[in-house]
Design a protein around this ligand. Structure first.
Ligand SMILES: [Zn+2]
Length: 375
């Protein structure tokens, strides 16, 4: 062998080995991810809770809950739920965290998405939890502190190729037959007044206004973190209103999605005082739902997040150490997020075998679908 050949082999062999190792690692990640999805069976939950409420804390990692508890020097209510674990949140994007559209769509439909997609993958619409529950004859309500056309509420009530296509999202929502929408975006939805009337909805901007239609959109220009009013509500007030409305109008069963959107928004700003305030009210809303559902038969509350925001670090610091420096990034992270389940059912269920410690976000859709589907 010539000297040049030896040198070439010496240079290229390590490069080729590196390339092969990289390809191996990437396919390893893809295969591992693939096996995490569609592996769990939730049929044991069938019909266990014909009244189910799904809470989504946007951007809410486990440390967000712990830091809020430390700030208020209390245990958060959601931490009292007996069933708990964590979910993976990845979208089809390999080395980037999910966004709220892909994650919301996974929670709603049980499939994986490209970032930005709203219950529509590669041009094909996939059945949302809202559509599924309506198909069962249940009442459906969507509640959020975000605009009602935001990625999370949209994932449960609409189909669109991209989260910013709010015109498509709103028109899709008006065809959804969802019974009740409560959230921000009054001025935006005012622009659709004639479409709203044509589709049989009524648009109202105060919770004290009487229903004038069977399908309702309560939208507000202002939603506040706490101490809200009927015209500028906080999430606890919207939750109480929506659950009372559903119980009065759909006593045989309903599915309600309730989103705390500002946990994400404040975490993007690395604003911890803002974050804990919104999360505390989110937790209060869960407590209100629990007080209403625990006295009824066959009810469930599922609490989770779409992804973690801010890379929040927390290691048992006390209240005086809760500050903005606990955040480590301005965007979303790929960390797993917690899930909690409260289940109040007559059905015998081996909870340990059904609710594994680590699930995937697509499993949440399957859990809710099983809970609300009578056998
Ligand atoms: Zn975000």
């Amino acid at each position: 062998m010539t000297k040049t050949k030896k040198i070439l082999i010496g240079i290229f062999t390590p490069i080729i080995v590196c390339i092969l190792a990289f390809v191996g690692a990437v396919s390893g990640i893809l295969i591992t991810r693939h096996f995490k999805v569609n592996q769990n069976d939730f049929s044991a939950l069938s019909g266990a809770a014909t009244k189910t409420v799904l809470f989504i804390g946007d951007g809410m990692g486990e440390n967000h809950i712990k830091a809020t508890g430390a700030y208020y020097e209390k245990d958060m209510f959601v931490q009292s739920f007996a069933i708990k674990g964590e979910i993976s949140t990845f979208s089809t994007k390999l080395f980037r965290p999910t966004d709220s559209a892909a994650a919301g769509s996974a929670l709603s439909t049980g499939k994986k998405y490209n970032n930005g997609e709203i219950a529509r993958h590669d041009g094909k619409d996939i059945e949302t939890l809202g559509e599924y529950a309506k198909g069962l004859g249940l009442g459906v309500a969507i509640v959020t502190t975000d605009s009602l056309s935001g990625a999370t509420p949209a994932s449960f009530s609409a189909h669109a190729s991209y989260r910013k296509h709010s015109d498509d999202i709103i028109k899709s929502q008006l065809k959804s037959n969802i019974d009740l929408f409560v959230g921000a975006g009054y001025s935006q939805y005012m622009g659709y007044q004639s479409n709203i009337n044509d589709s049989g909805y009524a648009l109202l901007n105060d919770l004290s206004l009487e229903a004038t239609s069977q399908k309702l959109i309560y939208a507000f220009d202002d939603i506040v973190p706490e101490n809200g009013t009927s015209s500028a509500p906080s999430l606890d007030i919207m939750t109480e209103f929506a659950l009372d409305y559903m119980e009065a109008n759909f006593p045989n069963g309903y599915f309600v999605m309730i989103e705390g959107a500002h946990i994400d928004k404040r975490s993007h700003n690395n604003d911890i005082m803002g974050m804990v305030k919104w999360l505390n009210n989110f937790d209060k809303s869960i407590e209100i739902a629990h007080s209403k559902l625990s006295v009824l038969n066959n009810t469930a509350i599922v609490v989770t997040a779409d992804h973690e925001t801010g890379g929040l670090n927390y290691k048992n610091q006390s209240k005086d150490k809760i500050n903005n420096s606990l955040f480590s990034r301005p965007g979303h992270s790929s960390r797993n997020v917690p899930y909690y389940v409260y289940l109040n059912t007559e059905k015998e269920i081996d909870k340990k075998s059904v609710f594994k410690k680590t699930l995937d976000n697509t499993d949440i859709s399957k859990i809710v679908r099983s809970l609300i589907t009578a056998k």
